[in-house]
Every structure is written in C-alpha cells, then in structure tokens.
Design a protein around this ligand. Structure first.
Ligand SMILES: O=P(O)(O)OC[C@H]1O[C@H](OP(=O)(O)OP(=O)(O)O)[C@H](O)[C@@H]1O
Ligand SMILES: O=c1cc[nH]c(=O)[nH]1
Ligand SMILES: [Mg+2]
Length: 209
C-alpha cells in the first residue's frame, strides 16, 4: 500500500485555487495565492512531524508544552517551488532550504538537473519536496531520487495541482512518500500540461513566458 495522497477539501484552499487557476490573475496575486495555499497544505503535512516536551514558565506557573523535534529540510524545485518555500519558512522559520534546479525538457518532458544545493549528508529528519505542479511526475521523482541519496530518513511531497498520471508515477517510484495537494485534476494534455490546471506555474509566478 503506498503512503496516502491527501487532497485538501478546505473551503479557503478551494477559494484561492479558483483565483490561482484564472487566466486573468497577474503575478503579484498569483504569488500571494501560491503562498496562502502552500501554508494551508503545510499545516496538514506538518501533522506528521514529531513533537517533544519543553518546560515553559508562564507569568503564572511553569508548565509542559511541546515543540517540533524533527529537523526539517525544504526542497523547492526551481523555479516554481520557490514561492512555496518562502511560505513554509514563514510557518517554520527553523527549517533549512535546499534548492534544487530542474526544468522539464519541452520535447522529451524529461527533467534536466541544472542546480543542486543539497548537502551530501544533511543532518535532517524530514525532507519535503515542494513543486506546485505534478504533471508526468518526472520532476518530483527526480527530486526525490536525489533527496533519497542523501539518506534523509523521512520524505514528503507537497504540491498544488496534480494529474492522475503524475500521482501514479510518483507512488510507483516512491511508495513510502506521502503526497499533499490542493487539487487532483482530470488529465494531462498531449503536450504534458495538466488540464484544467493553471498553465505554467513558473511563468505565472515570475511574469515570464
Ligand atoms: O511532472 P513533470 O512532467 O516533470 O512537470 C512538472 C514540472 O514542470 C514545471 O517546471 P518547469 O520545467 O516548467 O520549470 P520552471 O519551474 O522553471 O518553469 C513544474 O514546476 C514541475 O517542476
Ligand atoms: O501543467 C503544467 C505542467 C507542468 N508544468 C507546469 O508548470 N504546468
Ligand atoms: Mg515552467
């Protein structure tokens, strides 16, 4: 049995997703929406993080509270994962960020690695790959292949929109990795874009085309 795929049903996520998909949404609003949805998904994914007790002195007494015990590495897949990493850092400022540059070759749809800032042996408990679009799954699989080689014990994937083909491919390649999404769309089109999707997530964040 592969690890679960969690697709958010939260009304605020659905509301923001509608604006994110809309063609008329310009990069400034698009970036804000990416951040807002990513934070909401991370609150769900972060349920998997371990806590440890910590003694806290309040103005009235000393008490036992809890803090996150896992050391977390965020792995944004450039370019489109960058906005997600910023949003998750707001939620968990102690996390490390390991940038990974991949682009999808337009002809073959295969990922090409052009930048890798992952340390050979990161001292981390959990690595979270961030990429808004899970289309054929090639980029997410390549990112998790690279991350797995570092020996990071627990891995997760957080995306915004996925195609069924991408989810199936990712689950086949990395069945132990839980997947968190805002939407599972209908299909890929003949050039590998997610339908209905939102177009090119990198171009829409950064105003390129
Ligand atoms: O599941 P796949 O078929 O591999 O496709 C998904 C990849 O395509 C997009 O990146 P892109 O190549 O457009 O790079 P960019 O973020 O620099 O625009 C997206 O952000 C994923 O990384
Ligand atoms: O629909 C898609 C597929 C891959 N990459 C994107 O940015 N969008
Ligand atoms: Mg792109």
């Amino acid at each position: 049995m592969p690890a679960p795929v969690t697709v958010s049903t939260h009304p605020l996520v659905q509301h923001k997703l509608a604006r994110l998909r809309a063609t008329e949404t310009r990069p400034p609003e698009f970036r804000e929406l990416v951040a807002g949805i990513s934070r909401a998904l991370f609150f769900e994914a972060a349920r998997e993080l371990r806590l440890e007790p910590v003694r806290v002195q309040t103005p009235l007494t000393e008490t036992t509270c809890h803090r996150i015990a896992d050391r977390v590495g965020l792995v944004p897949v450039l370019r489109a994962g960058l906005g997600m990493a910023d949003a998750l850092l707001d939620a968990l400022p102690e996390a490390a960020v390991w940038h990974l540059g991949l682009y999808r070759d337009h002809a073959t749809l295969k990922p090409v690695t052009y930048y890798n800032k992952l340390p050979p042996k990161p001292d981390m408990d959990v690595g979270i790959v961030l990429d808004p679009m899970l289309a054929t799954g090639g980029s997410a699989i390549a990112a998790l292949d690279i991350l797995k080689k570092t020996g990071t014990p627990r891995l997760m994937f957080v995306g915004l929109i996925a195609a069924p083909e991408g989810v199936a491919a990712l689950q086949a390649a990395h069945p132990e990795v839980p997947i968190f999404l805002a939407a599972l769309d209908a299909k890929l089109n003949e050039v590998g874009y997610i339908v209905p999707g939102l177009g090119d997530a990198g171009d829409r964040q950064f105003g390129t085309s």
